[in-house]
Design a protein around this ligand. Structure first.
Ligand SMILES: Cc1ncc(COP(=O)(O)O)c(C=O)c1O
Length: 396
């Protein structure tokens, strides 16, 4: 019998079994602190898993992005290009440093930053002698952005690429782990991610100096001295030894989690692909998506329902689903001139931040019709069937 009382969450944490023992070990060592052997071991295991040679474990993915931008000395008057179709944690660090975000539209095939839009905008900026200080593509929903094309566009101008791989642990691009080959890559271990530490992040890079500098800044920028000496401003961004213990155990499950996420995608796909007006997020030929979330598009005319009606129908049955990330160029907090119809202006009299948009139509269309379905790796076949039944009842 189907248990309709039980809420099905979008992407809840899924413990592998060894986490509690590792946390206990951390307690027994009494390293109840933002430094300790679990943090060191987590960084080493992460480096081994991703092949990115240097890494520093931090309190969040947002902190990792902030330190990557600090490493490049980005500041007021600078522009940083970012994906418009992303989560805000990808771009708020640009604003923290007083720089201006420029939101680049998505490619319809990959839903990630469109390398052609990027190349065109870089060429325009080069003509005006105003190149961005960095380009920050997001690996959306666990699908790698087209890093080779993005790097090729940036390299001729000497613009570094920082990959926001927050959602992409275990995903690959041309056989390399997400983020490998970029100037830097940012990862998140927030509770909803494919593996989690409850909250946490990682900054990884081939550049040992960048990581050493980030490590220094993440611990309040303490100069080497017996007393507390500071010659620049830092942050309290280090990962705690306790949560690193969770991360170490979770990392061991990564391949299994990717396998299960992809299986969940296939299950939904087989069960829903015949429905009129329902399409799935495509997988790019150059990589393996970790299918962090299974995402569908609902064409209202063909499906005879729309994204929001479907979301409400699922919610009525105690099933969590979510629209796609609302594009950054439509967010009220950014002053891009783009309209945000139908939403209350939460910003009120508060400050809006200058930003620019390059294109945006693709991201807007994806946002209008896209819905993320529950994709937790601990979901049972009955859970999946419950979601599928609601979708099938609603559509067509
Ligand atoms: C694309 C993207 N960027 C950045 C972040 C920020 O990571 P965190 O929540 O660990 O700060 C997240 C997730 O939360 C994300 O999905």
């Amino acid at each position: 019998m189907i248990d309709t009382e039980k809420r099905i969450f979008l992407s809840p944490p899924h413990m592998g079994g060894e986490e509690l023992a590792m946390v206990t070990q951390a307690f027994e060592s009494n390293y109840i602190a933002p430094l300790g052997p679990m943090v060191d071991a987590f960084e080493r295991a992460f480096v081994e898993k991703t092949g990115i040679p240097h890494a520093v474990a931090l309190s969040s993915g947002t902190a990792a992005m902030h330190l990557a931008l600090r490493g490049l000395g980005i500041g007021p008057g600078d522009e940083v290009f970012a994906s418009t179709l992303t989560f805000i944690g990808s771009v708020t660090p640009i604003v923290f440093e007083g720089a201006t975000p420029v939101f680049i539209d998505a490619d319809a095939q990959t839903w990630n930053m469109d390398p052609n839009f990027l190349a065109q905008e870089l060429a325009r900026c080069a003509e005006n002698h105003r190149l961005p200080k960095a380009v920050v593509p997001t690996d959306l929903y666990g699908q790698c952005a087209d890093l080779p094309s993005i790097k090729a566009a940036c390299e001729s101008y000497g613009v570094p690429v920082i990959v926001d791989a927050a959602e992409a642990m275990g995903a690959t691009c041309n056989g390399c782990h997400a983020g490998a080959g970029a100037y830097a890559a940012v990862f998140s271990f927030n509770g909803n991610k494919i593996i989690t530490t409850s909250g946490g992040g990682m900054l990884a890079s081939e550049d040992a100096d960048l990581i050493a500098r980030a490590r220094f800044l993440s611990q309040q920028a303490r100069d080497p001295a017996p007393h507390y000496e500071h010659s620049c401003i830092g942050y309290n961004y280090r990962m705690s030894n306790i949560v690193a213990a969770i991360g170490l155990a979770q990392l061991k499950c990564l391949e299994e989690r990717v396998r299960r996420k992809r299986e969940i995608f296939s299950y939904y796909y087989q069960a829903l692909k015949d429905l009129p007006g329902v399409a799935f997020m495509p997988e790019a030929a150059y990589g393996t998506c970790n299918r962090w979330l299974t995402v569908i598009l609902v064409d209202a005319a063909e499906a005879r329902t729309d994204r929001e009606a479907l979301r409400k129908a699922l919610e009525n049955e105690n099933v969590e689903s979510r629209p796609l990330w609302k594009p950054m160029h439509l967010q009220p907090v950014f002053q891009t001139g783009a309209a945000t119809p139908g939403y209350a202006d939460q910003a009120g009299g508060r400050k809006r931040h200058p930003a620019r948009a390059v294109g945006g139509r693709v991201a807007e269309a994806l946002f209008a019709s896209g819905l993320c379905l529950p994709s937790g790796t601990a979901m049972s076949v009955q859970d999946l069937d419950r979601v599928i039944e609601i979708v099938r009842t609603c559509v067509g």
